[in-house]
Write a protein that binds this ligand. Sequence first.
Ligand code: A3P
Length: 326
Amino acid sequence: EENARKRKMSIIIEQYKNKVSTLYTNDDHHLCKYEGFWYFQLFYHHSKADFSVESIMALQDDFQAQPTDVFLTSHPKTGTTWLKALSFAILNRNKFKLDLGSRPHHPLLTISPHDCVPFMETEAFLNNPSYANGLMATHIPYTSLPKSIISSNCRIVYVCRNPKDVLISYWHFDNKLKDDDSIPTKLDDVFELFRRGMNPFGSFWDHVIGYYKASLEHPDKVLFLKYEDLKKDPESEVKKLAKFIGNPFTEEEEYDGLVQEIIKLCGFENLSEANKGEEKTSKVLSDDIYFRKGVVGDSVNYLTTEMIRILDKITKEKCDGLDFSF
Ligand code: A3P
């Protein structure tokens, strides 16, 4: 299987070689700009093909959305894992009972949310058949989504988060991805790139605004959620999410406390505990890397006053004229 995967990747590199060669690149960071956003090049990341610009191009050419599909969309580090877990638990609540006790375990207690809900960018572009269950995730910006996602009747859920917390989360994540013997990235450097939008799927602000505008234009198609709201009032956000993805809670389910059970199952404490341990191997990355602190406002512990000032200024400028704040 590994060989087949490698072969398909080589074909994709070859197929998009010319197109990629025309892109504006930043070779220091192996990033290239495509349709206004920054991506990795598969060419540079043979072993980590996921989320490369080639995968996006292949999806744009080949991906066919079904009207019943649900796409969970986000900029990296905004709560993707949490949204995956919640949506999976909601949609499968009759198939997998929710009790956290000893009965046959819920999949979320034994496998990563990232294996329950795959990213299009890691599997679909390789035509992986395991991948057709109608619920999937993507970091692709709204304006670059495969056309069939926009034109079909499928649903899109977006989760966004305060840019300061996203930056700090990304910084930690990026360093955890490194080999033990490589030099950790300095916050100063990540900050400089992030503020200029130069991170995979950045600019962060453009990513958010693209989906935000789409949610205003097509409220039945795009649901816009915030990490902070999910923290503050999980019950109403989870009900909203269930309704939007076509699986609202019945009065009886609400009475039985199902909403709270889903919130508990997918809560940071529970999932970070479930994803510990060496026997677990995610297809994507080791599972616990997605769980750090899960706290709103943690970035104040790392960012300087000047960094905060700059990020807030960008937010203010970018969101000018929009009825939107983080
Ligand atoms: P922190 O680094 O601030 O802790 P993504 O899933 O998009 O990669 O985002 C990762 C961020 O979401 C991390 O934030 C992680 O700790 C947090 N997170 C992961 N699972 C969560 C959950 N079940 N509830 C709340 N936050 C969660």
